[in-house]
Design a binder for this molecule. Structure first.
Ligand SMILES: Cc1ncc(COP(=O)(O)O)c(C=O)c1O
Length: 375
């Protein structure tokens, strides 16, 4: 078959064969009448905690809420500051603002697109009043942050660590998966994620029993016993139908991640020497799960590159066109253009290419041919 277009993502190809199993699992939920935190949520939590190597993996409503719950469980809120990356999905920051805390940013590493631990230390040194209570390293695109460096900062400066692992499920640093390097790992199971539900869902991991109990309370109105409310929580519960579907998908996740890594390897080989395109650099300390395969387009040619891909009907996305510190919603913080030039440049240069399990060799070759023809 001659290829003349490639989608950015095709979820059906990833799980079409599993749909009969998914339908059966969902029907069973409907017949059971247990729709919220039902038995499938408990079973999914157990399976995912084993897969993740975490003592606790708790199902929640979505990744944004997982971040918010983590901050609440650690007691971070009003008068506190939370340091994170200016180059992330805005949810990292809105969770901070919604907790009552104030976001603080630090510059990213141009190679990994993630927070640069050395620069974070400079910010911590300047924080004479010790208002920064937590750091949220974001494992962007599936590339883990240098968590050993962040753990050392956490110890030396007495700040909590919360991993925004929304894009990095399965990424490994020294035999330990992301989500296990801090007080909490926060995962999104948004449908397009490497492990995606059929709607909104999330996971929060921890290896601390007391913190796990706080999460359990916060996700359900601060209540462990019905109608007895010990703390203020809210409704951050996971739907049972989502857990039922996720239980079908989880056994395939390793294979799905490997498929992404193979495609990334092909792109690296084929595109690594081009002059105008910079392929993503994999950090030496971890694996990369390629939630996104994101290149930089140099010399101000991103728009031309995007037009070129569109003309060839190749799906692509820009994650993210505006850095968080320049978003209008945060204008009261007083940041301005030029504050984080590396993050700002990334916003102007990045383009994510098609990558998904089930993408054919012909499609990969079509993308590569089109990009090589770009000049
Ligand atoms: C880096 C990052 N943080 C947070 C989130 C929020 O997750 P959710 O969409 O499940 O609320 C996402 C997902 O879109 C994300 O990519």
């Amino acid at each position: 078959m001659t290829i003349n277009s490639v989608p950015a993502l095709d979820l059906l190809r990833q799980y079409r064969e599993l749909l009969p199993q998914v339908s059966r699992a969902m029907s069973q939920v409907v017949e059971s009448g247990a729709f919220i935190l039902g038995p499938d949520v408990g079973a999914f939590e157990k399976e995912v905690s084993e897969w993740m190597g975490s003592q606790f993996a708790l199902g929640v409503s979505n990744g944004t809420d997982a971040l918010f719950i983590a901050l609440r469980a650690l007691g971070v809120g009003q008068n506190d500051q939370v340091l994170s990356s200016p180059f992330t999905f805005f949810a990292t920051v809105s969770a901070t603002v919604n907790s009552g805390a104030t976001p603080v940013f630090s510059e990213i590493d141009p190679n990994t697109f993630n927070l640069d631990a050395n620069r974070v230390e400079e910010v911590l040194k300047q924080d004479k009043q010790r208002r920064i209570k937590a750091i949220i390293p974001v494992h962007l695109y599936g590339q883990a942050c240098d968590m050993e460096a962040f753990q050392s900062l956490s110890k030396r400066y007495g700040v909590f660590l919360i991993e925004d692992a929304c894009q990095s499920i399965g990424a490994v640093i020294k035999n330990k998966k992301t989500g296990n390097w801090s007080e909490f790992g926060c995962f999104s199971l948004y449908p397009t994620k490497n492990l995606g539900a059929l709607g909104d869902a999330g996971i929060i991991t921890t290896n601390d029993q007391a913190l796990a109990e706080k999460v359990l309370a916060i996700r359900n109105h601060g209540s462990k016993i019905r109608y007895v409310h010990e703390i203020i929580g809210s409704n951050f519960r996971m739907d049972t139908v989502q857990a039922a579907a996720l239980r079908v998908f989880l056994p395939h996740l390793n294979h799905w991640i490997e498929s992404r890594q193979k495609i990334a390897c092909f792109y690296d080989e084929q595109l690594g020497d081009l002059e105008q395109i910079v392929v993503p650099k994999k950090a030496p300390y971890s694996t990369h799960t390629y939630h996104q395969y994101t290149v930089r387009v140099l010399n101000g040619k991103r728009d031309a590159f995007k037009n070129h891909l569109s003309a060839q009907k190749i799906g692509h996305m820009v994650y993210y066109p505006i850095p968080c510190h320049l978003q209008k919603a945060l204008s009261s913080l007083g940041y301005k253009k030029g504050d984080f030039p590396i993050a700002e440049q990334a916003c102007e240069e990045v383009v994510s290419l098609p990558i998904f399990p089930g993408m054919s060799n012909e499609e990969q070759e079509y993308v590569v041919r089109a990009i090589k023809a770009f000049s």
